[in-house]
Design a protein around this ligand. Structure first.
Ligand SMILES: Cc1cc2nc3c(=O)[nH]c(=O)nc-3n(C[C@H](O)[C@H](O)[C@H](O)COP(=O)(O)OP(=O)(O)OC[C@H]3O[C@@H](n4cnc5c(N)ncnc54)[C@H](O)[C@@H]3O)c2cc1C
Length: 555
């Protein structure tokens, strides 16, 4: 039994594990991350860093690194629907290069295109730069046990086979869709384990753009007489492309000759290219029943496996990491109660289920094109079919391309650690998000007169915003909070546009930017508010959450 107990052991050094390690380190919490590989990315999967994830990057000081990554910022991000790259264009949603797009008014940041082979190293460098973080690559989790005091993990050096034990207060499985941590914790998943068996192929062709007339575009969706069958994505905006043979729910393997023929069909002509890697994978629609079991937690793909249609997977996982991180920090630093750790499932599992369902909806829409025998015919009927298919498909696909609501509009409804203010929940829409400081929502972004975003005010502890309020007026809540050892800062603001959006004189914002409580006056019992938001007491929201524990099941 090891003498030393590390506060947090993270299993998995994908983007979610790295983000969790980095955020824990940023909060001064010691953690060890183990990753079985050496961290090299042979097949970049994610490439869209959503607007909320970019807000976290802003907090972590990583915006410059993301913006400076080698993906060309003037590369048009169009989605084009084609019979082949050299064939008919059926429709197109135009998007400028990432560097030319403005952030939405609801955020200080815009979404970014930063493929995993560029983004993971940024997160890795961030985590490695934190004094309290230890990253151990080529180290594999073999198994673990837990008791009331600790988790004891057996890990193996992937090069030498030498095994050792690591004891930790808490263990977080960020170990991907086939999570050993989830399995060992006995956590089941609900949903569909195999939507499609898809094959991704990265190929190199420096002059692909000269082989067709569609110009620069991020994604080409290939539609044939049989319907949607493949996509081609500009994976590095230069010479590499990801070809995705979508497949179906029936498993099948492709020979190299079949893959090459499919790539030529997609491009619409014979041409020279080099296959760099082939990755068969299963598209899933699953969410875990719970994200916590005792001292063990799961986050990222370990907790929810979704279709990449929409680019929500990693972004949802990094949201998990940020929600869990401050709660672990609070408990380890002695100011948070165990209820905080339970609230992780209550808050994040419904978001996982929501995003999994949205991603599957996107897939259904993409695959909804029916059979059109005359799609490729060079006839008036063929042209009419192409026009109709293109117009319908363009309309249908917009839901996937405009998803600000998914990235910013999630809310922690009925959270046991938020204090509801009695206002009704605004609609949860994929496309749009109207900012609100209603408890449970991410606090609104507004540019302050000094050039900062309101989001720049929040971070390591709680922040009490007082609109036109003095420190003396805020003192009852601030002092009660400090008396409990909970870090809090009072920030008086006198900017009417900010006050209008925040809607109350006092707004208490959590370390993860979500609103915990708001009112026009100080509470009669400030200690009770603070005990709820730090997970020491059940809040008024908990009853509803307990009544409907499975409300978040995939629709
Ligand atoms: C084609 C495609 C495109 C995508 N595009 C996007 C996108 O644009 N935006 C987006 O947000 N998401 C996207 N996704 C989803 C995204 O890639 C995943 O959601 C994300 O990688 C999950 O991160 P993770 O850290 O949870 O898991 P993973 O990235 O799977 O990392 C898990 C890590 O755990 C390690 N591990 C596993 N078991 C052990 C063990 N026993 N011991 C030690 N280490 C272990 C693994 O080696 C791995 O490094 C896409 C997915 C695909 C397939």
């Amino acid at each position: 039994m090891p003498d030393k107990i590390v506060p947090v052991l993270i299993v998995g050094g994908g983007p979610v594990g790295l983000a969790l390690a980095g955020d824990l380190g940023w909060r001064g919490v010691a953690c060890v991350l183990i990753e079985q590989s050496d961290g090299s990315i042979y097949q970049p999967r994610m490439d869209m860093v959503g607007v909320r994830t970019m807000e976290f990057c802003r907090r972590w000081g990583l915006v410059g690194a993301v913006e400076g990554s080698p993906y060309p910022r003037d590369y048009a991000q169009d989605n084009v629907y084609v019979t082949s790259l050299a064939g008919y264009e059926l429709g197109r949603e135009r998007f400028p290069g990432i560097g030319q797009a403005a952030p939405p008014p609801q955020s200080p940041q815009r979404r970014e295109r930063c493929p995993q082979n560029m983004f993971d190293p940024i997160l890795r460098a961030f985590a490695a730069s934190q004094k309290s973080v230890t990253l151990r690559y080529r180290t594999r989790l073999i198994g673990f046990t837990q008791d009331a005091e600790r988790v004891t993990a057996t890990v193996e050096n992937a090069d030498t086979g030498v095994r050792e034990q690591i004891a930790a207060r808490y263990l977080v499985g960020c170990d991907g869709a086939r999570s050993l941590v989830r399995e060992t914790l006995g956590i089941a998943m609900q949903g569909n384990p195999a939507l499609t068996y898809t094959t991704n192929v990265i190929f190199r062709c420096p002059d692909l753009l000269s082989l067709h007339d569609k110009g620069k575009a991020y994604r080409h969706i290939l539609i044939g007489p049989e319907g949607t069958w493949a996509t081609v994505v500009a994976i590095n905006g230069r010479d590499q492309w990801r070809f995705s043979l979508i497949g179906s729910s029936t498993q099948r393997e492709y020979t190299t000759a079949e893959i090459e023929a499919a790539i030529r069909r997609a491009v619409g002509r014979d041409f020279k290219f080099e296959i760099l890697s082939v990755l068969p994978w299963v598209r899933r629609e699953l969410v875990a029943d719970t994200y916590r079991q005792g001292r063990g937690f799961i986050a990222g793909d370990a907790a929810h496996a979704m279709s990449p249609t929409g680019g929500f997977g990693m972004n949802t996982g990094i949201g998990d990491a940020v929600d869990l991180s401050w709660k672990l920090a609070a408990v380890l630093q002695g100011w948070g109660g165990d209820g905080l750790l339970d609230s992780y499932t209550a808050e994040r599992q419904p978001v996982g289920a929501r995003n999994v369902a949205e991603a599957s909806g996107n897939l259904r829409r993409m695959l909804s094109v029916s059979r059109h025998a005359d799609l490729l015919d060079d006839t008036a009927e063929g042209a009419a079919t192409r026009q109709k298919v293109g117009a319908e498909f363009s309309e249908l696909m917009r839901r996937e391309w405009f998803t600000l609501g998914i990235h910013l509009g999630y809310r922690y409804e009925n959270s046991p650690i938020c204090w509801p203010d009695g206002t009704p929940a605004p609609p949860d829409e994929a496309r749009s998000y109207e900012q609100t400081a209603r408890p449970g929502h991410r606090a609104p972004h507004v540019w302050l007169a000094d050039g900062r975003s309101t989001l720049d005010l929040f971070g390591r502890g709680f922040t009490l915003l007082g609109f036109g309020a003095s420190a003396a007026e805020a003192a009852p809540l601030v002092e009660a909070t400090r008396a409990c050892g909970v870090p809090i800062e009072f920030v008086p603001l006198n900017e009417p546009n900010v006050a209008g959006l925040y809607g109350r004189k006092f707004v208490l914002v959590r370390p993860d930017d979500h609103v915990a409580w708001r009112d026009d006056r100080m509470p009669d019992d400030p200690k009770r508010i603070i005990d709820v938001v730090r997970g020491r007491e059940n809040g008024p929201g908990k009853a509803a959450w307990q009544r409907e524990p499975n409300a978040a099941k995939i629709a």
